[in-house]
Every structure is written in structure tokens, then in C-alpha cells.
Design a protein around this ligand. Structure first.
Ligand code: ADP
Length: 193
């Protein structure tokens, strides 16, 4: 089972991906986490991406396609994976389809978590107020840019996956457990993947 979790920044993709790792044994492949790890490790790739990420801009397609391809060949992806924050552009989605096809695999399902912009901004503002760990790109200004990048570059993927009949949408404003239960029901209803 290869699953894409799709939605705007802060929609709860990472939360649901982590739950799926435990409940279904599918590893979470988050390009955002991988890039932040590269920055933390001070690798050349991390250094090259940091300024773009801090501004809420996308890093180049070739960069994320490369790291995803490498990660997908690790043994824990033998039964598939949950893609979180990838793909974010049409060329990334095409590269993912090609990468999987070469391995005799495919994307089985794309789950869209629908959340409105005002709620996303409120979530980030609340996180800042709570004084918890706040990412360099978690400021209201950067989030606004991440949202416009999402609408310009990433939202068109809804059409891409809709045309492939792979898209199912969920209310990402519902409580975490409700979203988890809905995802679970969809996965249980899918034959043999
Ligand atoms: P968010 O919480 O905004 O969804 P992520 O953790 O997925 O954030 O990504 C953080 C940043 O990392 C993005 O704003 C972007 O700069 C970079 N990034 C992550 N994934 C990709 C991708 N697939 N393509 C291009 N840039 C990416």
C-alpha cells in the first residue's frame, strides 16, 4: 500500500502519518522531516535548502525526488509507505509515479485533509502562544507564504490524482481521532492493498 497524505501546511498530515506507522506498519516518508534532518546534520544538501525552507518556498524538485527515491529503497518500505508532504508539484508526482512503476508499484490512494486557511493560521498562532517547539518557518508571515505556495504549486495535484481516480477527501477540521477513524475505514474498505 502506497498512500499519499495531502493537504495544506498544518493540516495534520504528519500526525496521521505517525498513527498509520503504528497501526499499519507503513513507514512515514516526510520530505520536510528529511530536509530538517539534513539541516540539523549540517550536510551540503541541508545548507542549500535552509534559506528556501525558512521563507516557506519549495526546494527544487530534483532534491526531494532524489531523497525520496533513496529512502524508498530501504527495506522497511517493502510493503509500501505513507508519503507526507511529497509530492508537492506536478513534476514531483510524475517522478513518483515513474519511480514506483520501475519497481512494479503504484500509488494506491491519496487522502486529502481539507482545512480552511483561517483555522491553519489560528493553529500556528496557538502553537506560538503555548510556547512549545516552534519551527523556523512557523511564523504567521511564513505560513501565509507556505499557503500561497500550496495553492499555486501543490493544489493542482488534486486534479492530477482526481483524474487517476485515487483521491478521497476528509474533513481535516474534525478531531484527530475522528480523522484517524475515517482513514481507517477507507483503508479497511480497500481490497487487497
Ligand atoms: P508543512 O508543515 O508546511 O507541510 P513540511 O514539513 O512538509 O511542512 O515542509 C517544510 C518545508 O520543507 C517546505 O515549506 C519546503 O520548503 C520544504 N519541502 C518539504 N517537502 C518538499 C517538497 N516535496 N518539495 C519541495 N519542498 C519541500
Amino acid at each position: 500500500m502506497n498512500l499519499v497524505l495531502f493537504g495544506p501546511p498544518g493540516a495534520g498530515k504528519g500526525t496521521q502519518a505517525k498513527i498509520l506507522t503504528t497501526s499499519r506498519g507503513l513507514p512515514q516518508l516526510s520530505t520536510g522531516d528529511m530536509l530538517r534532518a539534513a539541516i540539523a546534520a549540517g550536510t551540503p544538501l541541508g545548507l542549500a535548502c535552509k534559506a528556501l525552507m525558512d521563507k516557506g518556498e519549495l526546494v527544487p524538485d530534483a532534491t526531494v525526488v532524489g531523497i525520496i527515491g533513496e529512502r524508498y529503497d530501504k527495506p522497511d518500505c517493502a510493503r509500501g509507505a505513507v508519503f507526507d508532504g511529497f509530492p508537492r508539484t506536478i513534476p514531483q508526482a510524475q517522478a513518483l509515479d515513474e519511480m514506483l512503476a520501475k519497481r512494479g508499484r503504484k500509488i494506491d490512494l491519496v487522502l486529502e485533509l481539507k482545512v480552511d486557511d483561517a483555522a491553519l493560521l489560528a493553529r500556528v498562532e496557538q502553537r506560538i502562544k503555548d510556547g512549545g517547539p516552534v519551527r523556523a518557518d512557523d511564523t504567521p508571515e511564513t505560513l501565509k507564504n507556505r499557503l500561497s505556495v500550496y495553492y499555486a504549486n501543490t493544489a493542482p495535484l488534486l486534479g492530477y490524482y482526481g483524474d487517476q481516480n485515487k483521491l478521497q477527501s476528509l474533513d481535516g477540521m474534525a478531531p484527530i481521532q475522528t480523522v484517524t477513524d475515517q482513514i481507517s475505514a477507507i483503508l479497511d474498505g480497500m481490497a487487497s492493498v
